[in-house]
Design a protein around this ligand. Structure first.
Ligand code: BTX
Length: 323
């Protein structure tokens, strides 16, 4: 907001000196209580502010930002993440990636934002993406494969993210078909795969990844507190988002090159090693209805197979799963 910007600008120009509540109130044109509220907002965003009686406030630490340089440092991929488009606040990184994709940026270009105001999930559901806490990014790909194979990239992405989380945190996440990554039954990651295509020719695939990293329980809105979690909550430590991003890029590139060379089968085997739904009874809500039964596994194409009570096997291409 305008007020936030004014506050940050004056703290920046004040440097080490303190700014009094009265001064800030006049600057913004509001009461001292309102100033205090804005200061609390900054604290929530990760700023550390020191308050000293009779002197006022000063910023002693700014939140950890992910800089493109920090990500590039030590990144050994050939093309994934080599071109980083970094933004502070966006509506959705998907939107920017779609625009860049049609401008023919190189394959592997990534859009990363510190915050999304209207981050989205599948079927236009909202994706909560608060500032400086998570990884909100969209990756642009141009695989030379038929349109029908695009969903396989969602499964591939899930494997890459799980491998990165394992590498950086030592935690062992599980995958719920097709796009949820869970820790202790709670969602820590969502993946949204979108396409630009003409006839049956893929122009680009845009893979949106949302990964909850340093949120505390209070950072989630009440309706998410029981279903969502973050790496910080599960691990007990804050983590460097840049190193997780780097690890995702590295694992992704290896899997993607394998996929382009050998097809989905080797990815499927890895995916099955992390999947929780296989062999379990579940309910799949599709656009056309609900299928209940036992998950038999996924086909070589990545399609979920469910056997219902009468023994009929259903092929599910897209659904929400309840275990
Ligand atoms: P989804 O449709 O599987 O999940 C969306 C649902 O997940 C919501 O309805 C809500 O219940 C829950 N949810 C919302 N926010 C969170 C969160 N932070 N953590 C856990 N659960 C949550 C999943 O869709 C795909 C999400 C992709 C997000 C990325 S972020 C970068 C890119 N840009 C963008 O706008 N979306 C993608």
């Amino acid at each position: 907001s305008e007020i936030r910007k004014k506050l940050l600008d004056s703290f920046t120009s004040a440097g080490e000196s303190y700014l009094s509540g009265q001064f800030l109130a006049e600057l913004i044109g509001c009461s001292r209580t309102a100033v205090w509220k804005h200061i609390e907002e900054l604290r929530k965003e990760g700023f550390e502010l020191e308050a000293v009686r009779k002197k006022g406030y000063r910023i002693i630490k700014t939140p950890e930002k992910i800089t493109a340089d920090e990500i590039r440092l030590g990144l050994t991929t050939e093309f994934i993440g080599k071109n980083i488009h970094y933004e502070e606040t966006v509506e959705s990184t998907q939107k920017i990636a779609h625009r860049l994709a049609s401008e023919n940026v190189p394959e592997g270009t990534v859009v990363i934002a510190e915050e999304q105001i209207s981050g989205r999930g599948r079927m236009n559901r909202p994706w909560h993406s608060p500032k400086y806490t998570g990884i909100w990014m969209s990756l642009i790909l141009r695989p030379n494969v038929p349109l029908t194979k695009a969903p396989q990239l969602t499964l591939l992405t899930a494997v890459a993210i799980v491998q990165a989380i394992e590498e950086v945190t030592g935690l062992n996440p599980e995958i719920k078909w097709p796009n949820d990554i869970l820790l202790n039954g709670k969602k820590i990651t969502g993946i949204l795969t979108e396409m630009q295509a003409e006839a049956d020719q893929i122009h680009s695939i845009i893979i949106g990844m949302g990964l909850n990293v340093n949120q505390t329980k209070d950072d989630f809105p009440p309706e998410l507190q029981n279903i969502a979690s973050s790496l910080l909550i599960e691990k007990g430590d804050a983590l460097s988002r840049a190193s997780i991003i780097r690890s995702i890029f590295t694992h992704f590139e290896k899997l993607y090159l394998l996929f382009l060379e050998k097809g989905f089968y080797p990815i499927k085997l890895l995916w099955e090693g992390y999947a929780i739904s296989i062999g379990k009874m579940l309910k799949a809500r599709t656009l056309t209805g609900v299928i209940e039964g036992k998950a038999l596994g996924i086909t070589d194409e990545g399609v979920l197979k469910i056997e219902d009570a009468s023994g009929v096997i259903h092929h599910v291409y897209s659904a929400d799963i309840e275990l």
